[in-house]
Write a protein that binds this ligand. Structure first.
Ligand SMILES: [Ca+2]
Ligand SMILES: [Ca+2]
Ligand SMILES: [Ca+2]
Length: 218
């Protein structure tokens, strides 16, 4: 016998089944998408974390300054070079500090060049060891004084067995944003008594900076 209530219950059951399978398919689809995204992120991490070979290129830049200082007999002056800290935003680091000190004899008729002694130091941020250093010098015959401190110089090429993060941070040198201090002392020498009380000293700073320009997986 025909029972409308029974038919209605059957239809309702089919509809519920349809909704259930619909939700099931949607859940499976979402799971698949998550799995794909998950696999992809693992793949990206592989590139970042695993050691590999990277071709790295570098850029160089020089900062220079010249100062003329008049230093009296038995006195010392400090000449400071401030390396701007905002250069670190672009990844620049200090590869070399070079200081050239030159002078002549400004006392008229005096044939004995004064004795000039110099040394330098600088603030430290990274404290990385230098590869060469000449931190003081002296001259008593008007020859120039050269002082320097250099860290490893990086050349373009393939660097292997490093991660991408290590490639990005490969430069091991001093950070920018430090001050360099040159201490210069004068002791006058003279062929004419009481004729020479000072000397004019020229101080040239050349600061070489390096940064990572590009990193390419090879
Ligand atoms: Ca001398
Ligand atoms: Ca002199
Ligand atoms: Ca002099």
């Amino acid at each position: 016998m025909f029972n409308p209530l029974l038919k209605s219950a059957e239809e309702s059951g089919e509809r519920n089944q349809f909704i259930f399978f619909g939700i099931l398919v949607a859940v499976i689809l979402i799971d698949s998408i998550i799995l794909v995204i998950g696999d992809h992120s693992i793949d990206i991490n592989d590139h970042l974390d695993n050691t590999d070979e990277w071709e790295i290129t570098f850029s160089n830049m020089s900062l220079t300054s010249n100062s003329e200082v008049l230093i009296s007999d038995n006195n010392e002056e400090v000449v400071t070079f401030e390396i701007p800290s905002n250069l670190s935003d672009d990844g620049w680091m200090v590869q070399e500090i070079y200081i050239l000190i030159t002078y002549g004899e400004t006392s008229l008729g005096d044939f004995d060049c004064d004795t000039v002694s110099a040394e330098f130091d600088h603030d430290e941020k990274t404290g990385v060891s230098s590869v060469s250093e000449q931190s003081s010098g002296e001259s008593s015959d008007c020859t120039e004084i050269q002082m320097n401190k250099a860290w490893r110089y990086y050349v373009d090429g393939v660097y292997d067995n490093i991660s991408k993060l290590e490639a990005e941070n490969i430069l091991e040198m001093e950070d920018v944003g430090i001050d360099v201090y040159a201490y210069i002392r004068v002791n006058t020498d003279s062929t004419i008594p009481n004729n020479d009380n000072d000397e004019n000293i020229s101080v040239d700073f050349t600061i070489t900076l390096q940064k990572v320009e590009s990193i390419t997986r090879v």
